[in-house]
Design a binder for this molecule. Structure first.
Ligand code: ATP
Ligand code: MG
Length: 447
């Protein structure tokens, strides 16, 4: 991918234009991280870019962005531009093609406004991004307050970049975000949702969520979570304190490569505790809090347009995060149906993080739950290896078979028997048709 982007710069430069890697790719490279994509900035106009390459696609020609197909990748080539008319604090109305300096000025943070020429290996850094990066600070380009008023999404971008790269906010950045937090409400919900998803899928998700709360952004984007800071937990199981403290530790306990549905589920799993809290003598309970948390997850998924696939998966995880409490009393076939769920591996991860996100007193009092989790996980992998999941096993007895064999027309009852037969098959009660008939006969004789 890097080679493809370098070739594109070479072609542009051979035609007499300027061409640089820009933004995230340059920043990541200085941090020693492999960039996930390479964006190119050039003084060539979109038409000139399109003429130089065989396969191109204008993304927003008015915005000066052309996609170039080369070396098996699509690379974004953007003409230097200034943006103006931020009348509604959202997206700029008009753009003008301009110089590298002006192109740098419109960008959000100093660390995101560096240019690297892959051929001469020259770094162009008009706003001191490299020095901010090495000192570990996040700084808006220009006046922080103005930049936040121009585009309110930058409130969230500040938190996302600071958390992701472990940066401190310079005081002006911090003040601007704190003072204008409520402006985030004017941003399209979908953009807010994808910013938060981006924070949550990064390994520093817990810092990002803590900052959102500290800056008063949480109150605006996820008000459902605000009361968790005042929701207490029983000290013996949760010496970490409030439900919010627990939630942050659970987020931290998730792995580096956490899919968005699992991260959202971790954020919401105990959100229902505020509404369901019940003091019983010295202890505290939250009857059916998973149901309330699930309702909140669905509500947030809808409001922030997270998409039905993500919302459904996250809601399933939240709804079932206590299933392991009853696991040992469950019929094996029921366990196998759980194993079969596409989110089951994530449910195990959520449970693991939930355990490690609690600090019990005495410290070893969670050993039994940890052991149970290890056993369930082992059983899960064994069941997959032995092809025992429903997805590996076609029912031996169909509803039609049962109707014929028992000479039975009634549909509902046939359905029940077919389901029972399939569960018995999964549990290994029979393995072929002959066995199935015998099982059915014995069952009927017993009725
Ligand atoms: P990531 O790895 O998350 O993609 P990135 O730096 O590439 O990081 P993008 O959101 O892809 O971030 O944006 C690319 C570049 O465009 C940024 O580096 C920044 O220079 C500029 N940019 C993006 N969004 C804004 C914004 N809202 N305001 C100002 N500049 C922006
Ligand atoms: Mg990017």
């Amino acid at each position: 991918m890097r080679n493809a982007a370098t070739d594109i710069c070479q072609t542009l430069q051979n035609a007499g234009h300027e061409a640089f890697f820009v933004g995230g790719a340059v920043r990541d490279q200085l941090l020693g991280i492999v960039p996930k994509d390479y964006d190119i900035a050039t003084n060539a106009t979109p038409d000139q870019v399109a003429q130089l390459f065989e396969r191109t696609q204008p993304v927003g020609k008015a915005f000066g962005v052309v996609l170039v197909r080369h070396g098996g990748y699509w690379t974004e080539v953007a003409t230097y531009r200034t943006e103006s008319d931020y009348t509604d604090g959202r997206r700029p109305k008009t753009v003008h093609f301009s110089t590298l300096q002006a192109d740098a000025d419109r960008r959000d943070f100093t660390i995101n406004a560096m240019y690297f020429d892959p051929i001469s290996r020259q770094l162009v850094d008009p706003h001191g991004g490299q020095s901010d990066l090495s000192r570990g600070v996040l700084r808006f380009i220009g006046d922080a307050e103005t930049r936040v008023r121009e585009d309110h999404l930058r409130l969230l971008r500040a938190v996302r970049f600071a958390a992701r790269f472990d940066l401190e906010y310079i005081p002006e950045t911090k003040t601007a975000v704190e003072q204008h937090a409520s402006l985030i409400n004017l941003t399209a919900a979908e953009r807010v949702g994808s910013e938060i998803s981006a924070m949550l899928t990064n390994e520093n998700r817990s810092r990002a969520m803590a900052d959102l709360a500290a800056f008063g952004l949480m109150d605006n984007v996820l008000p459902e979570l605000e009361p968790l800071q005042q929701t207490p937990q029983p000290h013996d199981h949760h010496s970490e304190g409030s439900v919010w403290n627990h939630t942050l530790l659970v987020l931290r306990a998730l792995g580096d490569d956490t899919p968005p549905e699992l991260a959202w589920a971790a954020l919401l799993h105990d959100a229902g505790k505020t509404e369901t809290i019940h003091h019983e003598g010295d202890t505290i309970r939250y009857p059916k809090h998973a149901e309330v948390s699930t309702k909140l997850m669905k509500q947030i998924g809808k409001r922030l347009a997270l998409g039905s696939k993500l919302t459904t998966a996250a809601s399933w995880l939240v709804a079932h995060h206590h299933v392991f409490d009853q696991w040992t009393e469950m019929r094996p076939s029921r366990q196998l149906h759980y194993f079969d769920h596409p989110q089951f591996a994530s449910l195990l991860q959520l449970h693991r993080a939930d355990i490690h996100g609690a600090i019990p007193t005495p410290p070893n009092s969670h050993d039994a739950v940890v052991k149970r989790l290890e056993e369930i996980q082992a059983a899960y992998y064994t069941a997959i290896a032995d092809k025992r999941l429903p997805q590996h096993n076609v029912p031996i007895l169909s509803g039609r078979d049962i109707m014929e064999l028992l000479n039975m027309p009634e549909r509902k009852r046939v359905g029940e028997i077919a389901k029972a037969a399939y569960d018995a098959q999964l549990e290994g009660d029979f393995t072929d048709r002959k066995g199935a008939h015998a099982w059915l006969q014995a069952r009927i004789d017993n009725v």
